[in-house]
Ligand binder design. Structure first.
Ligand SMILES: [Zn+2]
Length: 458
């Protein structure tokens, strides 16, 4: 490591080969070597010793609704990326809806990138959106560097982002498969939702009954059938229904190009404990029963579910009314996802290596960043979280860096305090303080600090 500028040392470094005492050499923002703990530090290199705090690869969160521009009062690039950094996340991929404009044309992507460019405290990439009327925009968005396309199979919650019917799904998926892209899907079936009991009011049980597991199962089955028919690559977003797991297992065994994510709230919160009127717990699909949650954990353990992402989807506090029918649906948890998942994972006998696998390695792979993110390994970006895994804290919403102090995790005691977060060898967060933003805007194959990478470099 004779050229190292920085050496980070911990008795517990989480590497793809396991956790061990090591010294991580960094040069020009990249990991150059993972060496024995007591390897000599070269002359002139800066040394940081984290003792028994764990050095993890920075998390890669591929499901975040930043809402900027247009609904920046819900969240924005400045606040979202700070909250993410404080939670040990070093890369996020922004969802195409809830901002105005939504990311559904190359021009809209350009607008979004311009807004994000000087506000990103961590690296930021973008998903595009697949709407009933934008098939012609998909290829240009792909060429402009989005990581894939999001579609809804039932109403999205915002008028500017309509869902795809079955025929439209087939058409968009064929187009995307034609250029080797990825379709990521909010899978709830609208007919099934329409047939479910109507709900209104403050009872969580009524809301839950209005979003039955069968709606997810039916939509996932349809998606699998289309993916198989078109040999297309698809990803199921925020899986909540454990009843869909046998379908998913069978499809994967059959070679369907299918990946699946779930979210911290499905893994750590249960329907039984949601107080009536507490719409900070409302999201779609909904948080389900404890028995369902146990099956999701089993599926994570056996690889049926590939990864864990936040689906951070905040709004202003006034939209979180006590009526589950009309309250905004979305859980705010970006800053807390690592601690929330770790707290539940450790209680179920999982190690931090598992958490890193689900929240960093596999998510990096989902978006094709695995050569650069998601591992502490030579050649990878020197993106890290330093975690005190046995330290506990009680969640105080007012102390979070999200724009709006609303979260379903309020008052919970969680394990895992993020001491500092590092981006390309620079400490960007420590003890509640941030540096000036130095995140890059990522594209599917190239990245640029300029925020204007849409002109293709030759
Ligand atoms: Zn979402």
């Amino acid at each position: 490591m004779s050229d190292a500028e920085l050496v980070l040392r911990s008795t517990r470094v989480v590497t793809p080969e396991g956790t061990r005492a090591a010294s991580v050499a960094v040069s020009a923002g990249r990991v150059t070597a993972v060496l024995p703990y007591d390897a000599p530090v070269p002359e002139g290199a800066r040394r940081e010793d984290f003792g028994d705090d764990v050095l993890l690869p920075g998390l890669v969160d591929t499901h975040v609704h930043v809402n900027d521009p247009g609904r920046t009062h819900w969240e924005g690039f400045w606040t979202a990326t700070r909250a993410a950094a404080a939670g040990g996340i070093t890369t996020l991929v922004d969802m195409p809806l809830n901002s105005l404009p939504p990311t559904t044309t190359a021009e809209h992507l350009r607008v979004k990138r311009e807004v994000a460019a000087d506000k990103a405290h961590i690296d930021v990439g973008f998903w595009g959106g697949a709407l009933p009327d934008n098939v012609k925009d998909l290829r240009p968005l792909h060429d402009a560097g989005v990581f894939g396309f999001k579609a809804f199979l039932s109403p999205s919650g915002v008028d500017e982002f309509p869902h795809l019917g079955r025929t439209e799904l087939a058409r968009s998926l064929a187009e995307i498969a034609g250029f080797g892209g990825l379709l990521i899907v909010h899978a709830e079936d609208p007919d099934h939702l329409n047939a479910a009991p109507r709900h209104g009011g403050s009872k969580y049980a009524d809301f839950l009954a209005s979003r039955p597991r069968g709606a997810e199962d039916t939509a996932i089955a349809a998606l699998i059938a289309e993916a198989a028919r078109l040999h297309a690559r698809v990803h199921v977003l925020h899986l909540s229904s454990a009843d869909a797991l046998p379908l998913i297992r069978a499809a994967k065994a059959d070679g369907v190009r299918l990946t699946v994510e779930t979210c911290p709230h499905y893994l750590t919160l249960t329907a039984e404990e949601v107080p009536d009127g507490a719409s900070e717990f409302k999201c779609c699909p909904p948080i389900r029963e404890a028995a369902n949650q146990d099956l999701l954990w089993q599926a994570l353990a056996d690889g049926t579910i590939d990864c864990v992402v936040t689906d951070h989807s905040p709004s202003t506090a006034d939209l979180k009314t006590a009526d589950f029918a009309t309250a905004w649906g979305g859980i705010s948890g970006l800053q807390l996802s690592l601690s929330a998942v770790w707290t539940a994972a450790r209680a179920r006998g999982h190690g931090l290596e598992d958490v890193v696998h689900w929240m960093s390695a596999r998510t990096a792979e989902l978006v094709g960043l695995d050569g650069r993110k998601g591992a502490i390994a030579p050649g990878h970006d020197a993106d890290f979280a330093v975690l005190a895994p046995d330290a506990a804290f009680t969640v105080d919403p007012a102390a979070l860096h999200h724009r709006n102090p609303v979260t379903a995790y309020a008052g919970r005691t969680l394990y895992g305090v993020v001491r500092s977060t590092w981006l390309r060898g620079q400490r960007v967060y420590a003890d509640g303080e941030f540096t000036a933003p130095r995140g890059e805007l990522l594209t599917r194959t190239v990245s640029s600090r300029s925020g204007r990478p849409l002109e293709r470099k030759t």
